[in-house]
Design a protein around this ligand. Structure first.
Ligand SMILES: NC(=O)c1ccc[n+]([C@@H]2O[C@H](COP(=O)([O-])OP(=O)(O)OC[C@H]3O[C@@H](n4cnc5c(N)ncnc54)[C@H](OP(=O)(O)O)[C@@H]3O)[C@@H](O)[C@H]2O)c1
Length: 383
């Protein structure tokens, strides 16, 4: 039996992970489950899976969590320190599935404990970059990518030498607005942006998919996970989301990973790694799919990938600033404060200011993040 902790257990990736555990109850013991403030859902999941501890990041939600867990023997805790403590409880696998840079502290806590960390929380790696990868090496942790594209690349690179890689190609669905005009994009609503054609995901990543910032963040994520050089990482739009990414080698061979558009596939790959586990998913029916199509990314309508690549090239604090500004802009868009096309404009404007020096520690990254959020929030006033 192996133990597992899930940071962000009430979210979309958290739910998919728990569904895999539900089908394999004999093989897993649940250590810690966490949420931000969704105490009712967290308590329900903690009860069902007999978790040892349940933690809400927002301390104001702790009384509700305590009430919901009264008499169960499951420990309830709240606040940022409790969240990091739960991440370092010594589970065999920790799934880092908090959304946004809020997941950075707990993810680093899990890494510092030195176990297997299945990383969905791309914003944490984008912001912390070298600080996180250095911690992984220093603490002997194993970082497994949950993001479907990076999981695909990880599988395609198995047993290979990075020096033999010619290209890493990230596939992108293109999101719900792939064929929209500039006028349509300017009028896009939050409801339209979160209605992804292929994937059922949380609101923030769905908006990121619609702007293509998700793919931009993924280029930076790939750059840290698979150090082949930024110039060897490219994007292709593939609306069917059947091929999850590709690696081309110098002998002309291209390896790809295919599968249904369901996060249970990459999550299962991480949970069972280096073996495989069964899932209840329908097999891929290529004859029914019929056609796979591919397009070059449209950076004129979707400038986010260019912004992200620029931030990665600049290095230092730039990726953390890009990420923080994007988080502020997406939240403002979802709250109806700014237009869809303002998201990238706000990120570009935040990046155009003087950037702080390269972060060397976790605290440095958090300081850059906080400063960039403040700057982006100030700019929101003038949109
Ligand atoms: N969904 C996907 O298919 C998918 C695919 C690839 C990568 N990812 C990545 O996986 C991560 C999670 O995505 P998701 O779609 O699962 O998000 P989601 O459905 O919005 O869930 C987010 C989770 O994080 C918790 N959370 C939110 N803010 C927090 C905070 N300040 N402190 C602590 N916990 C907080 C939420 O708790 P509450 O419920 O209490 O708010 C929830 O458990 C993101 O980084 C995303 O980019 C997701």
């Amino acid at each position: 039996m192996r133990s597992i902790s899930i940071l962000g257990a009430t979210g979309s990736v958290g739910a998919s992970t728990l569904e895999l555990i539900r089908r394999n109850r004999d093989e897993w013991r649940v250590e810690a489950l966490t949420a931000n403030c969704n105490a009712a859902e967290l308590a329900a999941r903690a009860r069902e899976f007999g978790a040892r501890v349940a933690v809400v990041a927002d301390e104001r939600c702790l009384p509700e969590l305590r009430d919901a867990l009264a008499g169960t023997g499951i420990a309830a805790a709240g606040g940022p320190a409790a969240l990091c403590e739960s991440a370092s409880r010594g589970a065999d696998v920790t799934v880092a599935a908090i959304v946004g840079c809020a997941g950075l502290g707990p993810t680093m806590a899990a890494i510092e404990r030195g176990g297997v960390v299945a990383l969905a929380n791309k914003e944490a790696l984008v912001s912390a970059g070298a600080v996180m990868t250095a911690a992984v090496a220093r603490h002997g942790a194993t970082l497994l990518p949950v993001d479907s594209e990076h999981n695909a690349i990880f599988q395609c690179l198995h047993g290979e030498d990075l020096a033999d890689v010619r290209w890493i190609t990230l596939t992108a669905s293109g999101g719900p607005f792939r064929t929209w005009t500039a006028e349509q994009l300017a009028a896009a609503t939050p409801a339209q942006a979160v209605a992804h054609p292929n994937w059922d995901m949380g609101a923030k990543i769905s908006v990121d998919s619609a702007t293509m910032m998700n793919k931009g963040l993924e280029v930076i994520e790939a750059h840290h996970l698979f150090p082949v050089g930024l110039e060897r990482i490219r994007i292709i739009v593939h609306p069917q989301s059947v091929i999850h990414s590709l690696v081309e080698y110098r002998d002309g061979s291209t390896l790809a990973q295919l599968g249904p558009s369901d996060m249970r596939v990459p999550i299962a790959s991480c949970l069972a790694w280096p073996r495989r586990m069964a899932t209840a998913l329908q097999p891929l029916d290529l004859a029914a799919i019929g056609t796979l199509s591919f397009f070059a990314p449209d950076e004129e309508h979707f400038p986010a990938t260019r912004l992200a690549r620029g931030a990665a090239q600049a290095g230092g604090a730039a990726p953390a600033v890009l990420n923080a500004a994007n988080e502020v802009a997406v939240a403002a868009f979802l709250a109806g404060q700014i237009a869809f096309t303002d998201i990238c404009a706000l990120v570009a404007e935040t990046l155009s200011g003087t950037l702080p020096g390269a972060p060397q520690t976790l605290d440095d990254v958090l300081a850059v993040d906080a400063e960039a959020r403040a700057r982006a929030a100030e700019m929101l006033e003038h949109v």
